[in-house]
Write a protein that binds this ligand. Structure first.
Ligand code: TXA
Ligand code: MG
Length: 350
């Protein structure tokens, strides 16, 4: 299959819009832009098409897909009721990078959608995507548009790196504004639970609905097996090289010792650091990547996956990645960094 490529400049012309809507209705998988990362979408009501997504991505079967809608009225088609706190969150953050887990409407979906009678749903903040889903009255089931385990794509080229020839089409809406996946909040129990941190932080949520619980799996490195969002327990977002999590302004001596121990050529080593700490690192390696400023984590998050993919392109075998504080956006950044590096901390005892 030759993957069709659609470049969106200001908007899509009506002919292309219809072509894409019809393809979705025929069960074709099409990658689309969102404000977080690119999604790989299919019609959520088409059981065969949903199965195909798992196959194309190599995704474990027990990991449910998020449903995406283009306008609010579509929500009634898929959920039983919207709890009060859900209404407040929707008003505050939709369209935007927040997924809500809600009780799904009875007997509505193919079996392979959702989990334990619940579904994750969100409305992306991306004009062209909103237009397609809304005009086509499409509810789109979509994971991130990467092969399972790889960093999520934040530009259309990344989607093609993983999926060219395997999907019907990709819609290029440019670079994703946020750069990491949506925040997920479950409203299934009385107490709301944060299942995945993203660019909408715990504090931003608590400002509108009061206290929320943090899923245990986010607080511990090793209890990942009990994650309420199944996707959070898998190896994720990982570059091909071995990655070390460094502390902020890590000691040069420790890094040098580790390089010696790993015995990797300097051309194949990269340091991923904050701009303000550049002069701290006096180490002769092939590649330095600036993720952004330590006090501008929005920038860091925006760049993180793209830089991981650049490292793969360069054949980097050893990565040292700088940590931030685990609060606010730093909690979300560190969540992705720990998974990318498989909880491999630079050994401070050496
Ligand atoms: O920003 C995003 O959320 C992107 C864009 C494409 O929308 N999507 C995304 O999808 O990150 P994916 O499949 O990579 O991650 C979905 C996460 C997984 O961790 C999955 O386990 C969880 O959402 N999830 C989906 N439905 C759920 C449910 N009913 N209950 C608990 N967790 C759920
Ligand atoms: Mg994903």
């Amino acid at each position: 299959m030759k993957t069709k490529y659609f470049k969106v400049l200001e908007s899509l012309d009506n002919v292309t819009l219809k072509l894409i809507i019809d393809a979705y209705k025929n069960g074709e998988p099409i990658a689309f832009p969102t404000e977080t990362v690119y999604g790989l979408g299919v019609d959520a009501f088409n059981e065969k098409a949903v199965n195909l997504i798992y196959k194309v991505k190599g995704r474990p079967k027990d990991n449910p897909l998020i449903l995406h809608i283009g306008r609010l009225s579509q929500l009634q088609e898929i959920v039983e009721t919207i709890p009060e706190k859900g209404k407040i969150l929707i008003k505050a953050f939709w369209p935007g990078p927040l997924t809500l887990v809600l009780n799904k409407k009875k007997n509505l979906f193919p079996k392979n959608i959702g989990m334990d009678g619940t579904i994750g749903v969100r409305m992306p903040d991306q004009l062209i995507t909103e237009a397609i889903f809304s005009q086509g009255n499409l509810v789109i089931a979509a994971p991130s548009a990467n092969l399972s385990g790889r960093p999520s794509p934040t530009i259309a080229r990344h989607v093609l790196e993983d999926l060219n020839g395997k999907i019907w089409g990709v819609i290029d809406g440019g670079i994703c504004k946020e750069g990491i996946e949506s925040t997920i909040v479950s409203l299934v129990d009385i107490e709301p639970i944060l299942l995945r941190p993203g660019s909408i932080t715990q504090k931003m949520i608590e400002e509108v609905i009061g206290p929320i619980k943090i899923d245990d799996s986010l607080l511990s490195d090793y209890k990942v097996g009990v994650a309420l969002a199944p996707g959070m327990k898998y190896k994720h977002y990982a570059p091909e090289g071995k990655s070390y999590i460094m502390k902020t302004r890590e000691s040069n001596k420790i890094i040098l010792k580790t390089i010696e121990k790993e015995n990797v050529k300097k051309e194949k080593i990269a340091l991923l650091i904050f701009e303000n700490n550049k002069s701290h690192y006096q180490i002769n390696v092939g590649h330095f990547f600036i993720l952004g400023k330590e006090n501008k984590l929005k920038e860091v998050i925006h760049n993180f996956y793209r830089v991981l993919r650049e490292c793969d392109k360069l054949g980097i075998e050893l990565l040292f990645i700088e940590s931030s504080k685990e609060e606010g956006l730093g909690f979300s950044y560190m969540n992705r960094l720990k998974k990318a590096a498989k909880y491999n901390y630079l050994n401070k005892e050496d």
